[in-house]
Structure formats: C-alpha cells, structure tokens
Design a protein around this ligand. Structure first.
Ligand code: ZN
Length: 211
C-alpha cells in the first residue's frame, strides 16, 4: 500500500478528533502531505470510527488525480490542495464543523483575540457551498503565511500546521478562543437585556460546560 504511514496517521487523527467532538459522523475532513507531489485525504461520506488506512485516498497535488484508495476522495479535497499549494510549510490541514467556532462562523465577523488589533484575528471567509470551486477560491484568497486558522461563514473552519500536532493545536486554540469570545458576547447581551438574562445565562452555562 502506498503511503501506509500517512494514511494510518489520518485514521488515528480522525478517531482522536471524533472522540473529542471535532468531527461528527462523516462531517469534516483531513489532509496530510506525503511528498512534494502527493497528499493523503479522507474519503467522502465515510464513518471515521470505522475507517481503515486502505480507505484513505492518495491524491496528486497538481491535478487531484486519485493515485490510490478504495473510495472517492472527500468533496473538500480541492480546498485542502489549495492550502497545501499556497503554504509549502504546511503538512496537515483539518476542516471541521467544530461546535463553538462554527457557531461563531454564523456571524459576519472575524474572531479577534482580546487585546489584538482588528485585522489580527482569525480571518472570516465568505460563504460558498461545500465542495465548490468557489469556496476553494475564497479560502485561497484568505490564506496567509503564518495564519493557521480560518473561519468559513455559515459552515465551519479550516486549520493547518507544519505537523499533525500543530494543526490539531490550531483546531484546539480556535475552539478555545471562540468559546471565550462567544461567552463574552453573551454576557454583554445579558447585561444589556435584563429581560433575557435568565435564558442567556443558561446558554452561557452550557457553553462553559463544554471544555
Ligand atoms: Zn464542511
């Protein structure tokens, strides 16, 4: 089997991300660079907890040609390829519908850490349908050196890193930041709307219970 190590790494990563609530069912997908011309990517519509290394696809970076794999590659293969082409330093990219950052992605604004200048936050890419070339183009326009997390409006996130561990850290950091900023926003709303404070406090408790 070609690239067994990378394909098994994707299987292990998907199990880990699923158990931690970042991948739900068949939602989300992962890519891992194999060499300068190829990467491994999760197959389309597959239960990640039942997936084996042979199910993971090996794809040519230049034209997305399927080199090996028993299933069709993820519909977001083009999105991952765009990130890997634009960022030669990146080895792993992860697309999730992770709960809190995806909730933030329903709003039309970037996610800015406390104290950061506007523009230094996590970029918000506009909405385009999943798996479309238009979404790939929008994300491609947003990708910057050194920026490893991007929100996709009304959809989810894409994170990347120089290693699997770095990409996972970007996923974790983004979820933590989204939780903190969303909690802050809800507290502000509760203070401004005493008539809704009780309901908002319940949302806040549920949000802070998710760690
Ligand atoms: Zn998606």
């Amino acid at each position: 089997m070609l690239a067994h190590k990378e394909r098994q790494r994707i299987v292990d990563l998907c199990v880990d991300l699923s158990r931690r609530g970042y991948l739900a069912g068949t939602g989300g997908n992962v890519a891992l660079r194999i060499d300068a011309g190829h990467f491994a990517v999760t197959p389309s519509a597959t239960d990640y907890l039942a997936m084996g290394a042979a199910d993971v696809c090996v794809v040519r970076l230049a034209d997305l040609h399927l080199v090996e794999g028993e299933r069709a590659p993820s519909v977001e293969t083009g999105l991952h390829a765009r990130v890997l082409r634009l960022r030669p330093d990146v080895r792993c990219s992860i697309h999730t519908h992770q709960p809190v950052a995806s909730a933030w992605a329903l709003m039309r604004e970037p996610l800015t850490p406390p104290g950061a200048r506007s523009g230094d936050g996590v970029p918000m890419v506009g909405y385009m349908p999943s798996g479309s070339g238009l979404l790939t183009r929008l994300v491609g326009r947003a990708v910057r050196p050194g920026v490893n997390a991007y929100l996709m409006r009304n959809h989810g996130v894409i994170c990347c890193g120089v290693s699997v561990e770095a990409a996972v850290a970007a996923v974790d950091d983004l979820e933590r930041l989204a939780r903190r900023q969303l909690a802050h926003r809800i507290s502000q709303r509760a203070a401004a709307r005493p008539d809704r404070a009780f309901a908002l406090q319940r949302v806040l408790t549920a949000l802070e219970g998710k760690s």
